[in-house]
Each structure stands twice: as C-alpha cells, then as structure tokens.
Design a protein around this ligand. Sequence first.
Ligand SMILES: [Zn+2]
Length: 151
Amino acid sequence: MMVFVAALLAIGVLVFTLLVRAQDLPELEPVSPFKYLEERRAAIYENLRDLQFEHRVGKLSDPDYQQSKQGLERELAAVLAQIDAVENAAPKAAPPLKAAQPGAKAASGSPGGPQVAPAAYTCPHCGAKFPGPMKFCGQCGKPMTTEAPAQ
Ligand SMILES: [Zn+2]
C-alpha cells in the first residue's frame, strides 16, 4: 500500500513538474526549445512505460492507471504540439525565394531604379502612385481600376 501511494505521489509530482515547466521553459531557454521538448517527450514516454509496468505488476489499479495514463498522454500531446509549433516557426533560413526574385531583377541593372511599381497601383486619372492596391485614388478620389492596369 505504501508503495502504491508513493508511486502515485511520484507520478503526481512528475506531472505537476512537467506542467509547470511547460509554461516556464520558452522564456528560460529560448535558444534550444527543441532539445528540451525532445527530452520532455522522451521523459513522458518513459513515464508511460513505467506506468504500464507498474500496472502490469499490480502496483496500480485500473482506474488509477487509466487516470495517470491519460494525464501523461495529455502532456505528450501538448509536447508534440509544441514541437510542431517550433518546427513550423524554425525555418527562417530557407524562405527568401520570393524576395530574391524581384531583388535579383533590380540588382541586374534596370536603369530606372525603383520604378518597378505595377501599373495597377498607379492612378489612371491623375498618375498618383501607391504602394498597394486601392479602390479609390488617394489623390483625386476617382476609382482605381485594378483589373485593367494596361492604361
Ligand atoms: Zn488619381
């Protein structure tokens, strides 16, 4: 009985620690959240194995086992979600493909310099230029035709 209570306590403390750490970590260790998450994931797997073992040898009753297991599985899901989030946020090094193409054109030497502004952003009535598409010209107030930039 003592062993059983001790095991439950240990699991409770563990889950609690994991929960608290989950909220603390991103600020404490912004450099390598990945490593930490991997370690946590491994730790949870280990806990699940321990739990299954204790259940199998009869240290844990079914309801206790189920409850602890569900707690750990929730933890695991949270960790996996965080790993996903980190993975999605990580690739900063790769993407500037889209930015590189216009930049490359400009760098290859068009004489006009920054006159790359699309005709769609130029008012067909007064010739005012805008950085983005607009419904009405900010200069003369007439409608800007975004579909027919050929004028
Ligand atoms: Zn205008």
